[in-house]
Design a protein around this ligand. Structure first.
Ligand SMILES: [Zn+2]
Length: 150
């Protein structure tokens, strides 16, 4: 189970607060992050795990959705170093790293986040990472970030 908490933000709070979609389809995910847990959507009909959360199972089209807690241990599946961010509010924070993390205990499901540490560090596909919960308490949400396991 994870792992570490940080109150230092990887990126400045220049974007609107993160949190559940207005329709609430991912509310459980955000509530779990606030409790420093990670849950992914699990179809109650066929067991399919999926991320991002949706109202329907991508595999069997069931509307019977549940949740499954995962460990917060993964490996880097892909990554990008951002030099020209789409949100211009982040232009002074470049470069920064975004990783797509594969979760072995969730059938290889992938979750995106930032890779903490030096933004100019070498990034290796397959490198083991672990979850870090970045609390933005004054704004009422927690972000899921990642750091290398050394
Ligand atoms: Zn299903």
């Amino acid at each position: 189970m994870a792992i570490e908490t940080t109150t230092k933000f990887y990126l400045p709070e220049v974007l609107p607060p993160a949190g559940p979609a207005p329709d609430g389809r991912d509310l459980e995910y955000w509530q779990a992050l606030n409790q420093h847990r990670i849950v992914v959507q699990r179809c109650n009909a066929c067991g399919n795990l999926q991320m991002e959360p949706e109202y329907i199972c991508y595999k069997c089209h069931s509307l019977d959705r549940g949740w499954q807690e995962v460990s917060g241990k993964g490996r880097i599946y892909s990554w990008v170093r951002i030099w020209h961010p789409v949100p211009q509010a982040l232009k002074d924070s470049c470069p920064f790293l975004v990783v797509l993390v594969e979760l072995p205990d969730a059938n290889g499901l992938r979750i995106a986040g930032n890779l903490l540490g030096d933004p100019n560090q070498e990034v290796v596909i397959g490198a083991p990472v672990e979850a870090v919960f970045e609390d933005h308490k004054e704004r009422g949400y927690t972000l899921l970030q990642w750091r290398l396991v050394r």
